[in-house]
Design a protein around this ligand. Sequence first.
Ligand SMILES: [Fe+2]
Length: 333
Amino acid sequence: MNKNELNLDKVYIDYIKKRLDGMGYHFISLIIDKMVSFIECSFVDIQIILNSKSINDEKITKDFIDMLRVMERKFLHMLQVIDIAINLSEVNHYESYRQIANILVATFHDFGRILEIHKVGTKMGSNKVNHTTLGLSYLFDDSMERERIKEYLSEELYLIYRDLIYTGIEYHGTKDVPYGILSPLATSVVKDIRDADKLAVMSSFVDPNTDMDTVFHMPFEELAQIPIHDVTLKEIMSHKQIDRSNKDVPYDKMRQFISHIGFIYDINSPLLYDYLYLTHWVERYIGHVRNYLRDENQDKMYEIEAECLDFLRKKQSHNINAGKLGYKVFQKK
Ligand SMILES: [Fe+2]
């Protein structure tokens, strides 16, 4: 693999496209092709800009390579979310219309991330813009009497799914969703995209292909030495998500590590509880640090593990198909 080149996961792209084609959704495969072209063109844009600056600057070159790797990861994440969105649709026996809604929203949900990277890469975006806002304004801004989302959809798909895609992107990652103002269909689509997104991220944390150094920028041996704050322990034991905005507690790597466990308290579909419990997600995730924990952390982590497992166990729906929810892992190492 050339480190200066963009390497999108061709094997996974083909797998997802074949799955979609097999379901009769070839038109969604074509959207994925368009996105690949978009990313490849963005990559060329960035290269041209960097070359024009005649850089021998090591820092810029390093930033560029880092950005490429992020772009590849974000695209892989998109494929994983599509994969899970298809699984959720199948396990729930959705009819075609509902399946397509899930898959289209999954396909576009993080489009803003790709734009964000492009902006940072070309040094155009000095101010950090929220990726959701960026994606929405790019795809749905009709100030030029056209919306770019139309470039990806046929007229028919546009008319049927435009609003659902918009709503799905808008609320896929917000803290609070105003479910009261959404239609039952939009509510269900938003819940599914939030679950698929979360499950993709959580699964990536226990996926042997994931380079965890790029997640924490710190070896687990070191992370395990950071004391677990009492507030963090209290939050997780009382089934609350870690409050990142709480300035009284330092948001250190240990708090960040535990915040991922707190994702289990923001799940919509009972199927996910089954899946996480059956695949031993909590045990595997805590397994990253288990053998390195300093003494005073050991009891606290044990408490967290026991509480979370108990929570998942009690929430289970015992759906025999829940085990099919995860994304496909192609072992690379
Ligand atoms: Fe996402």
